[in-house]
Write a protein that binds this ligand. Sequence first.
Ligand SMILES: N[C@@H](CCC(=O)N[C@@H](CS)C(=O)NCC(=O)O)C(=O)O
Length: 225
Amino acid sequence: MLKFYYHPLSPISRRVWLLLLEKQISYQPIEVNLGNGQQFEPEFLTINPFHHVPVIVDDDFRIFESLAILDYLELRYPDLALMPTKIQAITKMRMVQQVTVNELMSNVTAVVNAQQQPLSDTQQTRLATAWQFLDDELQGKTYFGGDRLNLGDIVVGATIPLFYRLGVSLNDYPCLDAWRQRISDRPAWQQTQPDESNFGRWQKWVQLQIRRKNKSKEKLTQLGY
Ligand SMILES: N[C@@H](CCC(=O)N[C@@H](CS)C(=O)NCC(=O)O)C(=O)O
């Protein structure tokens, strides 16, 4: 059976988890304990040398990098399709995914840490530009895929609810906010949503990573790098 290495609080694992549920693919979940560093153990490093979840292993075929996993699963299990067929629709779906990864997820730790260090003007502008882009994409549509969910909805859908829970207001982006509510009501989203206490644990874990990064930066500066 398809093995799914993940952590239940990892928003990037959630992309794959949502797809597995939406496409009703049977899988064996294998939790990797990121909190105690299991991702750095030799056994896991042979599965993903970059020590990240998610990873899937389908028979002997191993894949990491969430967007590659989504593509693989979509091609391997074409039922309940999440991939559009028209050139422009596929390209738009990719654009939506990449904007989410490059403009939003790259700023998520800064948003978690915003009480300690307020977002810079550049970060705020990048986020607002991304919200506006996504809102424009949703004009007159139910999902990013039009009437049907697609792989863009999966990636944005693992991301926007996270920012929303971190206190980002979407009031100025009514299509995006209505879409957020719509997908959050879907059973796959309900099933993969961390409860309040786990969400708090995830925030603490991210803050710990930030502190560790800052400490090693300080050390390098002291050493003259
Ligand atoms: N580019 C990777 C990023 C995956 C990633 O950063 N996963 C985080 C959890 S959300 C992780 O495993 N962090 C543990 C670590 O890097 O040690 C992907 O899209 O799959």
